[in-house]
Design a binder for this molecule. Structure first.
Ligand code: GTP
Ligand code: MG
Length: 193
């Protein structure tokens, strides 16, 4: 399970989604939190997904087929200040169009950098997913960089920021560097796919 991943396509508009419609798990969240790195590390592929230390790397909807059963859809991040307002609005429109119209989204993985408090943009994303009735799991990334005290604080922050967040159920602490949280992701996938 979860050992075969193929890149299918990049779509810059919802007119270009794959013809072969399958269930989709969507990777969303702010820029630079580690969405694309998650794909590489989870599937132990060095760079099937393009990543970068500077935000704004992913700019299209990127479809990856897993075990020929479902898609992971890697989205552009939001909140990246350095792109033009026009470009930011285009990405936002692409993400919203996609989420409203796909009709195949099983679940969203909302990625948040565990070192930082969720922002207003995270709240907006959460609200949007709720409106669309898309179930959500929270993936707290870069946990390899956390000290024990920061870890406890992060858990508190998540619980107080999102009323449905439950560390025993839908919050995963993940590291693309040391494989932390991998088992929890597998358990979550087993439940939803
Ligand atoms: P956008 O495509 O701009 O939305 O960003 P993204 O969320 O896809 O982030 P990306 O995977 O490109 O990673 C951003 C940076 O964070 C890169 O320099 C990664 O190496 C780093 N990074 C990602 N995950 C981890 C992690 O678990 N631990 C550490 N230490 N660094 C990470
Ligand atoms: Mg990316």
């Amino acid at each position: 399970m979860y050992n075969k991943i193929q890149f299918v396509k990049s779509a810059s508009s919802i007119k270009h989604l794959p013809d072969n419609r399958l269930p989709e798990i969507v990777l969303c969240g702010r820029s630079n939190v580690g969405k694309s790195s998650f794909i590489n590390s989870f599937f132990r592929r060095k760079d099937i997904a393009k990543t970068s230390s500077s935000p704004g790397k992913t700019r299209t909807l990127n479809y990856y087929l897993v075990d020929e059963k479902f898609y992971l859809v890697d989205l552009p991040g939001f909140g990246y200040a350095k792109v033009s307002k026009k470009e930011r609005e285009e990405w936002q429109k692409l993400i919203e169009d996609y989420m409203m119209n796909s009709g195949h989204i099983l679940q969203a993985f909302h990625f948040i950098d565990s070192r930082h408090e969720p922002t207003k943009l995270d709240q907006m994303l959460n609200e949007f997913l709720r409106q669309l009735e898309i179930p959500c799991s929270f993936i707290l990334t870069k946990v390899d960089k956390l000290k024990q005290s920061e870890f406890a604080r992060s858990k508190k922050n998540i619980k107080s920021s999102f009323k449905e967040a439950d560390p025993d159920k839908n919050v995963i602490y993940y590291s693309s560097v040391n494989g932390n949280g991998r088992k929890d992701v597998i358990n979550t996938l087993n439940q939803i796919v």
